[in-house]
Design a binder for this molecule. Structure first.
Ligand code: NIG
Ligand code: FE
Length: 404
């Protein structure tokens, strides 16, 4: 058994407790799980195999980045500069750039190269305290490349002990070669890809980008209905650039999460309120697209909606894996408390992946995935804007250090 002692603030988010934070605490790990935790004054006298005195630093669950597009090739820094000079994301997309750009380069890039960049990105995510990631396909949009991306994601699992949940985002945009016959592409998703990916166990979740220039509500519903036959979990990109009704569609089909939500309306919130669907906010994407329509999380939270926060890491709208930046933006721009923001990248991220039974909080019996941060007060996670304070990360009870 391993003991971590002198924790200034233990942010456990244990749902069996009334409070989310315990001050002056210890935590015990047995094998790969949280065995117990409590106040230092009640420290048990056990024979620990390892004792770690963290000298008045804080401890949180490992961060869960529940929305990323980690596997892609190429670079879109030119679009970033164009937006800085006034072009919009939609204009760039309509002119044939945007997602199409990345699809072209990802199709041309061999498996080994995608795998190598995937490994490096996972390492970077770990340095930001991310112990679990969701990773989407969606930059292939043909059978071979979508399978290539999903196989890369599967292989990555043998190089890291970070947990990975994989998502088939075949319905990202309609690929160029199907512009004139989009129904054929939708049929390819429904009749070929969904069964194939299921059979090869390459993804647990599906995602659809519901937007003008991407997929309509009707098309999304058609794909969702088919995916249910194969028992995929549902996640949606929706209300990002306009209100499309995807939030309501997601709730109708018990989606794990609806993501982005810059254009969510009061009616959508009332519908979300009585559901298990998580609202996932992606504030880095708003910043990166040079916009200021951050979601006000208060309305969601006041109505008891579960709010998760993630990076949306991708080459076009959010080129960052920095979870501290997510927390800072959520506090500054989405008006969240620091504690709610940290809950958004831990417990509520776990809910957004349907993994709340194993991870997301430091409840007894859950996996010992946790982060020691170089500060005595959790508020500094928001205040040290975009600056990782990660000192050490534990995954399944195993330690990885970042600072001495
Ligand atoms: O979540 N909105 C759709 N998909 C991504 C962006 C993809 C890209 O621009 O490459 C997003 O923002
Ligand atoms: Fe996304």
């Amino acid at each position: 058994m391993k003991l971590i002692k002198n924790i200034s603030q233990l942010l456990h988010f244990d749902e069996t407790q009334e409070n989310d934070v315990l001050e002056d605490a210890y935590l015990v790990i047995k094998d790969d799980k949280v065995f117990e935790y409590g106040k230092m004054i009640n420290l048990p006298k056990n024979d620990f195999t390892e004792i770690l005195n963290i000298e008045n630093r804080i401890l949180t669950p490992g961060f869960i980045d529940s929305h990323t597009h980690l596997i892609f090739a190429g670079n879109r820094s030119d679009e970033f500069e164009m937006r800085a000079n006034g072009a919009t994301y939609e204009e760039i997309m309509q002119a044939g750039g945007g997602i199409n750009n990345t699809v072209t380069s990802t199709r041309q890039t061999p498996f080994a190269k995608l795998l190598e960049s995937g490994k490096q990105r996972l390492d970077k995510a770990l340095s930001y305290g991310t112990t679990t990631l969701e990773i989407k396909s969606g930059y292939g949009l043909d059978i071979d490349t979508e399978i290539k991306i999903l196989e890369v994601i599967k292989q990555l699992k043998s190089f890291t002990n970070q947990k990975i949940s994989s998502t088939y985002l075949g319905a990202h945009i309609v690929p160029k070669e199907y512009k004139e016959n989009r129904n054929d592409y939708i049929n390819l998703i429904k009749n070929k890809m969904l069964p194939l990916i299921k059979k090869r166990k390459l993804a647990n979740n599906i995602d659809i980008f519901i937007e003008n220039g991407a997929y309509s509500i009707e098309e999304a519903e058609e794909i969702i209905r088919e995916s249910i036959k194969y028992e995929y979990n549902i996640k949606l990109h929706t209300e990002q650039l306009s209100n499309q009704g995807g939030t309501q569609l997601g709730v109708k089909y018990n989606a794990l999460s609806v993501d982005h939500l810059e254009y969510v309306n009061d009616n959508d919130i009332q519908i979300l309120k009585n559901s298990n669907t998580v609202a996932t906010l992606l504030p880095i994407a708003v910043l990166f697209l040079n916009k200021d329509n951050y979601v006000n999380a208060n309305k969601l939270l006041k109505n008891g909606v579960r709010v998760a926060l993630a990076t949306d890491f991708n080459p076009g709208s959010a080129n960052s894996l920095n979870m501290n930046l997510v927390i800072s933006l959520a506090v500054l721009k989405s008006k969240m408390t620091v504690l709610d923001a940290i809950k958004g990248v831990t417990l509520n991220g776990a809910y957004a992946l349907g993994m709340q039974g194993q991870i997301g909080s430091l409840q007894i019996g859950k996996q010992a995935d946790l982060v020691i941060h170089d500060t005595d007060n959790y508020k500094n996670l928001a205040y040290n804007m975009g600056d990782s304070l990660v000192r050490a990360v534990f995954i399944n009870g195993q330690k990885r250090c970042f600072r001495k």
